[in-house]
Write a protein that binds this ligand. Structure first.
Ligand SMILES: [Zn+2]
Ligand SMILES: [Zn+2]
Length: 358
């Protein structure tokens, strides 16, 4: 059998190896996809670093990791009807079982038996990968491959802004985004497109690349928590006539940012929590949520597939698409993945796209 190149996490330690593996065999309900672009997610950095989360979460080693992707369908299983050979697709990376309580009650994105591409089964840092038909999202064939590959995290951003139908209006509201990683940056662009009044962005450190991008995405005020210290919340509350923000989106997973998200929230406002914390944290629920009458959403994944349609609709707007492409700061050959990891860890990069040059 003809072999292919893949990036394999083969050992329970830092790094990964580029090696030859067998090409995936597809099942009747799956499609074989030729990778045309992949992007590096925070999850991939954790897997590469082999941090505590990865040590606990990764059950299957060796595994091909990576999940954010754009590619071309090379082969289809015999029961596949909605996707054809040659279609350009991206992947919804959460694979639902379609039979559990959540799946049968319209909440597939929190399927109890969820498998994640590149975490629980072989992923996309390879020449080809297998994907269930249901998880193949058809792209406009003219969509830039880099942008096509980051629709999955863009979906996270959209889902954090709009966690369900008929959530409060964003137009004319003051919104804060805590954290200026790629998903935070994309959320700013989404808020701007939806007509938010004032958009505040807070960065943990003093990273100029990301703070400048936050401005470019449409933030009206970009504040560094490091620089502002204790004044951070007050600066934002003062800039909203003393009211605080209507919506706060926590994208950093930093406990102090979680507290600030509530402190800067106007009573009756809404918080979406997307950032994943390293460990349990303390929070005074009385002042943060109860007496503030706060609505709180925990955000994971994207709605399947409502969010994908929202992403597609937003990307059809040229100005929005152009902004999102600015989040891709580097495009490098996939063979240089180690360099990509360094660029992200040193925060010189926002989104790094890997091109299929081995
Ligand atoms: Zn991801
Ligand atoms: Zn399920």
């Amino acid at each position: 059998m003809e072999k292919m190149n893949a990036i394999v996490k083969g050992k329970r330690q830092t790094g990964a190896e580029i090696t030859k593996v067998n090409r995936p065999k597809i099942m009747e309900n799956e499609v074989l996809v030729e990778v045309e672009a992949a992007s590096i997610c925070g999850t991939d950095v954790h897997i590469w670093d082999w941090n505590e989360w990865a040590q606990k979460r990764m059950k299957r080693i060796p595994i091909i990791f990576g999940h954010e992707v754009a590619g071309k369908v090379a082969e289809i299983g015999k029961n596949v009807t909605s996707v054809r050979v040659g279609d350009r697709i991206s992947a919804e990376t959460h694979i639902a079982d379609n039979t559990c309580y959540q799946c049968r009650t319209g909440r597939k994105h929190v399927c109890k038996n969820m498998e994640i591409l590149g975490v629980d089964r072989d992923g996309v840092f390879a020449e080809q990968f297998a994907l269930p038909e249901e998880n193949a999202w058809k792209n406009d064939p003219h969509l830039d491959l880099g942008i096509a590959s980051i629709q999955e995290p863009l979906g996270n951003a959209v889902h954090t802004v709009l966690p369900k139908e008929h959530v409060e209006d964003i137009a004319g509201k003051n919104v804060a985004v805590l954290g200026t990683g790629p998903i935070g940056l994309m959320a700013i662009a989404v808020l701007h497109e939806l007509g938010a009044a004032k958009i505040f962005a807070t960065a943990g450190g003093l990273n100029k690349v990301r703070m400048n991008l936050a401005e470019r995405m449409g933030a009206d005020m970009v504040l560094s928590a490091k620089e502002e210290g204790e004044r951070l919340v007050k600066s934002i509350v003062d800039a909203t006539d003393g009211n605080g923000v209507d919506v706060a989106l926590e994208m950093s997973g930093d406990p102090s940012a979680v507290r600030q998200a509530f402190e800067m929230l106007t009573p009756g406002g809404r918080v979406s929590l997307l950032g994943v914390l390293d460990k349990p944290m303390e929070l005074d629920l009385n002042t943060a949520m109860i007496f503030r009458s706060a609505t709180v959403y925990g955000i994971t994944g994207r709605r399947m597939f409502e969010t994908w349609y929202q992403v597609k609709g937003l990307l059809a707007r040229p100005g929005f698409k152009e902004k999102i492409s600015a989040v891709i700061t580097h495009r490098i050959p996939i063979g240089d993945i180690g360099k990509g990891m360094d660029l992200i860890e040193s925060k010189q990069a926002a989104k790094v796209v890997l091109e299929p040059t081995w």
